[in-house]
Design a protein around this ligand. Structure first.
Ligand code: TYD
Length: 202
């Protein structure tokens, strides 16, 4: 299964991705990866895009797409073909939420890009949903902010709105978990029960 984890910065998806990876990898058939930068060479792209110095409106989008194409070809696709479960923190829905809703690029071309590049489509996408105010207060405690984290509350609210809208467009793929006051263990119970409902033996 190809499983993606999405949400605004500070939503807690990394903790959940690690918990799921540890559980699935007991049989040594799982891969945990992330975007941007989840492939050899990806860190240079990640640094370029996250330091916020790009000038052209579309540059960020093309860099994220380049990163995703190489990541898919070198890491994700070979693992899927080898029969592994792939858990990926952020994927194309991040580009839709951040570059379309956040940076206000047009929806149609960004939506259509993965099909153009024949990118693998996730079987399940989790949205870890928390209030943007709560997310920002967590992120501000983590250390210096990157170009996205420093965009502030109005930006994060648009990204959050984007994710919620996207999740409604494809209910078969998306699972929305309202994380609010839940502990990581409680959230992980929701993750497991959704995956069991989709036929994954856990
Ligand atoms: P990162 O430090 O990896 O953060 P996180 O742990 O929250 O994933 O930085 C990723 C940042 O890049 C994050 O703020 C979201 C943003 N991003 C996009 O804007 N578009 C994309 O397509 C991706 C993959 C990430």
């Amino acid at each position: 299964m190809f499983i993606t984890f999405e949400g605004i910065d500070g939503c807690g998806k990394s903790t959940q991705a690690k918990m799921l990876f540890e559980l699935l990898n007991k049989k040594e058939n799982a891969l945990l990866t992330h975007e941007p930068g989840g492939w050899e060479g990806g860190e240079a792209l990640r640094a370029l895009v996250l330091n916020g110095s790009l000038r052209h409106r579309w540059s960020e989008f093309f860099l994220f797409m380049l990163d995703r194409c190489e990541h898919a070809a070198r890491v994700i696709k070979p693992a899927i073909d080898a029969g592994k479960h792939v858990i990926c923190e952020r994927y194309h829905d991040s580009t839709l939420a951040y570059q379309v809703w956040g940076r206000q690029l047009p929806y149609g071309p960004v939506r259509d890009a993965p099909a153009l590049a024949s990118l693998p489509v996730p079987d399940v996408t989790f949205l870890f949903s928390i209030a943007p105010e709560q997310a920002l207060s967590r992120v501000s405690k983590r250390g210096p902010a990157d170009a996205f984290e420093s965009k502030g509350l109005a930006f994060m609210k648009r990204v959050d709105e984007g994710y919620r809208t996207l999740a409604k467009t494809d209910c078969a793929r998306w699972v929305v978990i309202e994380c609010g006051e839940k502990t990581p263990d409680e959230i992980f119970e929701c993750v497991k029960s959704s995956l069991r409902g989709k036929g994954l033996y856990l």
